[in-house]
Design a protein around this ligand. Structure first.
Ligand code: C2E
Ligand code: CA
Ligand code: CA
Length: 560
């Protein structure tokens, strides 16, 4: 039988042939020994590092606290494992997965560090794949490994930190590719996308697949301009098609970026901010990038929270909604001719939210019909309050959106409301913004015709801000034009820019439409409007929108 005793030489050969880089260091610490894989990964000859401090390998990315934490864990658990950014002999900085454990060598406490280059794909076949750190499809680091990368880059910096950017990349409409061409083709496309992204990245940059069609990258740039140039390069690279199964696919993607340490100095919030920036890139049209911007983000979060709270309030807190009324008047006599109902939303956390902030959201998310039902209920309650002696012949105007008119219930909802105004001998008027007329079709105009035949009046709101043609106006069932307040604002004593208002009024009269001027704020404006034969007006000069009360019906004294 062979002698089983293994010599020191054999042990040395064993260590030297090991596929992982190994380094033995004293507690001092000084490097005692390095194997061949070490020399291959780091580029350092053994003679150059033996006797030196292990810190010759360090990149400068990690601060003192990082190493303190490492030693603390080593002394308590005799083992440390994690991602470390080190520097090769040629200056290149690279991430490595490092495991350190204590061993006793000739009665002295020593440490072994074993590592591999995690950027090196060959390494993944080995250990790391089993650590579930890589994405099987694209062979890129997965979310876990990416987080470890980020953590080790941001953690415990104590001297001036090295700058970098985090990109969040999300493919646009990728679901359609899967739905249309099947998952196999979708997968193949993802692999190509990963390769193309990788080809734009430079050595030392890190690319990972976070999930489905989401990727993230750490790129070594130190400025906004550098990040922008980089994002442009990526977008450019995606202008060319990807050919999968002889089929060309055009893939677009949206990119969000955050900069370390300007936007955040902590890994989670860096990625979160890149994600938020990506979301706003999507919102502003896709196939573009957005650098994190606190102002844009604040607005986005505000809108998001409005959306969330609004859906709750519409379902369960109807009393948060109230209605204020703004009268309109005969511009010459000061007599009240009508009231416009304007919704108010008072949320316990958000405070008073202006309708211009939440109405568009309610429209977009399909809640406008339910919301209008709530508003109409409030108005009906106000009308039923017999504390106010109501004059007859008042017009009650409510604002309706085109999206709402599409709804099946729209006509019956308005008919029910008309019964309430009928009882008071009032008229119901619906205000439709001019910009919403672009959504008009035969179906919508016939709905309005039905309502008009019931005696409901139709007003075009914010007139002058849209593009309605004369022919179009004539074909629609319309009774009133409300001139947008931006035109009224141009009327003042010194320079009365009345050309447009004059034209609008002339046109309205030619079509036998009544004209109401919105946003009258000064006596000078009122006088000019009277001269221009505009009979009706509304604005802060006369009355601000206010709660239901007898005050609403008080005529004003107008100077003739
Ligand atoms: P709008 O229909 O053009 O309403 C007029 C807006 O101008 C109101 O703002 C009113 O407070 C304001 N205003 C009135 N007079 C003056 C003035 O002299 N000067 C100035 N600077 N502003 C004046 P508010 O109440 O914030 O409403 C904004 C918009 O929200 C409304 O514009 C309307 O489009 C929408 N809205 C309000 N209530 C409702 C509603 O119940 N349903 C729907 N669908 N939309 C509504
Ligand atoms: Ca209005
Ligand atoms: Ca208006």
């Amino acid at each position: 039988m062979m002698d089983m005793a293994i010599s020191d030489k054999d042990f040395k050969a064993l260590v030297d042939c090991h596929p992982r880089a190994m380094m033995l260091a004293t507690q001092e610490p000084r490097i005692l020994y390095v194997n061949r894989a070490f020399q291959a990964v780091t580029g350092y000859e053994a003679s150059a590092v033996v006797g030196e401090k292990p810190s010759v390998l360090s990149s400068g990315y990690h601060g003192r606290d990082f190493y303190k934490g490492m030693w603390k864990r080593l002394s308590s658990e005799n083992r440390w494992e994690g991602l470390v950014w080190n520097q090769r002999s040629n200056g290149e900085i690279y991430p490595q997965w490092l495991t350190i454990y204590g061993v006793e060598v000739r009665q002295a406490q020593c440490y072994v560090g074993t590592f591999m280059d995690v950027g090196d794909l060959a390494a993944m076949d080995e250990q790391l794949a089993s650590l579930a750190y890589y994405d099987v499809l694209t062979r890129l680091p997965n979310r876990h490994l990416f987080q470890a990368f980020l953590e080790s880059r941001t953690g415990h910096q104590d001297h001036s930190p090295a700058h970098f950017s985090v990109l969040y990349l999300d493919l646009d409409f990728f679901k359609e590719v899967n739905d249309l061409h099947g998952h196999a083709q979708g997968d193949e496309l993802l692999v190509r996308v990963a390769q193309r992204l990788q080809s734009v990245l430079r050595k030392g940059d890190v690319l990972a697949r976070l999930s489905g069609d989401e990727f993230a990258a750490i790129i070594e740039v130190d400025s906004v301009a550098g990040t922008e140039a980089f994002c442009d390069r990526i977008l450019n690279a995606f202008k060319e098609s990807f050919v999968v199964n002889d089929q060309p696919h055009y893939v677009s993607l949206s990119i969000g970026a955050s900069l370390f340490p300007f936007h955040a100095d902590e890994d989670r919030s860096l990625l979160e901010k890149a994600d938020q920036a990506m979301y706003s890139a999507k919102r502003s049209g896709r196939f573009r990038y957005q650098i994190f911007d606190p102002e844009i983000n604040r607005k986005l979060l505000y809108q998001e929270s409005i959306g969330q709270y609004l859906s709750q309030s519409i379902i369960e807190s109807h009393d948060e909604f109230s209605v204020v009324y703004q009268p309109h008047y005969m511009l010459d006599s000061g007599e009240v001719t009508g009231l416009e109902a304007l919704v108010r939303w008072h949320h316990p956390l958000l405070g008073l939210v202006p309708p211009s902030d939440f109405i568009p959201i309610a429209e977009k998310r399909g809640w406008i019909t339910v919301l209008t039902t709530i508003i109409l209920k409030v108005i009906q309650n106000d009308l039923a309050k017999n504390t106010v002696k109501l004059p007859m012949g008042i017009r009650l105007a409510i604002n309706v959106s085109a999206r709402h008119m599409l709804d099946d219930d729209f006509v019956s909802q308005m008919t029910r409301m008309r019964r309430h105004t009928d009882q008071l001998n009032w008229e119901l008027e619906l205000e439709v913004t001019e910009t919403s007329l672009v959504h008009f079709n035969d179906q919508l105009s016939s709905k309005l015709t039905v309502l008009q035949e019931q005696g409901i009046r139709i007003a075009i709101d914010d007139f002058g801000t849209g593009y309605s043609s004369l022919a179009y106006l004539q074909s629609l069932p319309v009774n009133v034009l409300k001139i947008d307040r931006s035109f009224v604002a141009r009327l003042n004593e010194q320079s009365a820019d009345s050309t447009l208002i004059r034209a609008i009024i002339a046109m309205a009269h030619a079509l036998s439409l009544e004209v109401v001027a919105e946003g009258v704020e000064s006596e000078a404006q009122r006088l000019i409007l009277c001269q221009l034969a505009c009979k009706h007006g509304q604005g802060f000069l006369f009355a601000k929108p206010q709660r239901w009360s007898a005050q609403l019906f008080r005529s004003l004294d107008m100077d003739q």
